[in-house]
Design a binder for this molecule. Structure first.
Ligand code: ADP
Ligand code: ASP
Ligand code: MG
Length: 437
């Protein structure tokens, strides 16, 4: 059995839902994971923001306009009166749930409850359409098996036990459909796996059922060698090692959510990135095989803050870095990049939630300098240190761009450069011209 996950754009209109239905119908008894139709999660977040801002009138207006969009979708998607009626009732119930939820605005989990309806609606639409086409799909509600533990991490033994039980109870299905993104927390409240988390759902399901393959179907033909939103002429990369894909996803390649690599890698389940609009294109295969010593791709991660701690006390001292890292640990702030010298250390973080407190404590060690609005440019490939020339090539490409930090050697798979956000597009284009032209 394969897991096939379709993102928001792939199910973003009645015609796209029909295309996906055709695509999955010929492919056997698989597990289909769907995102909400594109734009829906954003609209649902807007609704909950309006409630939080104490503007119930705006919330109600937004709910009605989204509901109207869906009534148009149902009309266009389904043909029989019976299927339309049934689906209208199901979708109306979801919108009434949202209205009911906003009537108690003080609930801390309000947003989670509201956004969950997006995936519930899209899966019901697909299910209804497949049935109209004579396909016996079975809808498995994600909330019946997808759960996080008390640390907020997916509870894989629970997920595996409950999902496999559901599969056993429904042997007659032509295929199974479920929602990406949504889950229950350890107390049984509706929760989610964060924005873009449907990829994670697919990977967790893959691990839970030991799938033959996890397919991530989206609007582009695989992982490109640079960010197509900023660089023209990018090309798909045919093969990536899990570690290479993890670096790219973590450092900004939006096509893949970074969390989705680990469950697949641990269980050695290949991940394939495919294009719904071009289903025959080969896409990108991600697995545990490392092919060829070369640079595969470049990605960029925005909203980075650099912190430099300069200290005479670091000279010939041991235990200095430990004390610095303990402060970041205390304030639950992850460090992305790090470079050191004899008199100081520079690190980067991607959230400033506790930055003031961190800086206050770091002052104990010496001078602290902050650079905001920075971008990490990550060059990824089989960059094992014996493979010569790659650092020189990347550095050469960036010769006209001021570089604040360089990090290499932490893994065999990446070289990272910290630059000003305003130089990002120029840097990405320069790297493509130098490396992939
Ligand atoms: P989905 O809604 O299917 O999950 P996403 O929008 O999350 O899709 O991811 C697909 C988008 O990722 C593409 O449309 C593309 O603009 C963007 N993207 C960013 N970097 C890359 C890259 N290196 N390769 C391919 N796509 C990328
Ligand atoms: N619908 C959710 C989002 O827009 C989850 C996903 O699409 O992966 O973030
Ligand atoms: Mg995505």
């Amino acid at each position: 059995m394969k897991v096939m996950k379709f993102g928001g754009t792939s199910v973003g209109s009645p015609q796209r839902i029909k295309n996906v239905a055709t695509l999955i119908s010929g492919k056997g008894k698989n597990m289909i994971v769907l995102s909400a139709m594109s734009g829906t999660t954003n609209s649902l977040i807007e609704i909950s923001e309006a409630v939080k801002a104490d503007d119930p009138q705006l919330a109600c207006k937004l709910i009605s306009s989204l509901e109207e969009r869906y009534s148009g979708v149902i009309e266009e998607l389904l043909t029989t009166q019976d299927a339309r009626e049934r689906t209208r009732t199901i979708v109306a119930d979801f919108f009434n749930d949202i209205r009911h939820t906003i009537s108690s605005p003080e609930s801390p989990l309000l947003e989670k409850q509201i956004v969950a309806r997006g995936e519930m609606i899209s899966t019901n639409l697909m299910h209804a359409y497949l049935h109209e086409c004579g396909v016996n799909s079975v809808l498995l509600p994600a909330l019946d098996f997808m759960r996080t533990d008390e640390h907020g991490e997916p509870d894989l033994p629970y997920i595996s036990k409950h999902l496999n039980q559901l599969l056993e109870e429904n042997p007659e299905a032509d295929m199974y459909i479920t929602q990406g993104f949504i889950c229950l927390d350890h107390e049984g409240n509706i929760h989610n796996l964060e924005r873009g988390g449907s990829d994670y759902t697919a990977s967790l399901i893959g691990a839970a059922i030991m799938a033959e393959e996890i397919e991530i179907w989206t609007d582009i033909d695989g992982m490109h060698n640079n960010d197509p939103r900023f660089v023209d002429g990018t090309k798909p990369v045919r093969n990536l090692h899990f570690e290479e894909a993890a670096e790219l996803a973590y450092f900004g390649a939006k096509i893949l959510h970074p969390t989705c690599i680990l469950p697949a890698k641990i269980n050695n389940i290949p991940v394939r990135l495919l294009n719904t609009m071009e289903p025959d294109a080969p896409g990108t295969l991600i697995d545990n095989n490392l092919r060829s010593a070369c640079i595969k791709a470049v990605a960029a991660k925005d909203n980075i803050t650099a912190i430099k701690i300069k200290s005479g006390r670091m000279l010939l001292a041991y235990g200095f870095l430990k004390k610095v890292f303990e402060i970041f640990e205390k304030y639950e702030t992850a460090i992305d990049m790090i470079t050191t010298s004899e008199v100081g250390v520079s690190v980067t973080v991607d959230n400033e939630r506790n930055l003031d407190r961190i800086v206050e404590e770091l002052h104990r060690f010496g001078t602290v300098t902050i650079d905001r609005n920075m971008t990490i440019i990550c060059v990824v490939g089989d960059l094992e240190w014996q493979n010569r020339g790659f650092e020189a090539k990347a550095l050469d490409a960036l010769r006209d761009i001021p570089v604040r930090m360089i990090s290499y050697g932490g893994s065999n798979y990446n070289i990272s450069f910290l630059i000003k956000a305003e130089d990002k597009t120029r840097a990405l284009r320069a790297l493509s011209a130098e490396i992939f032209a």
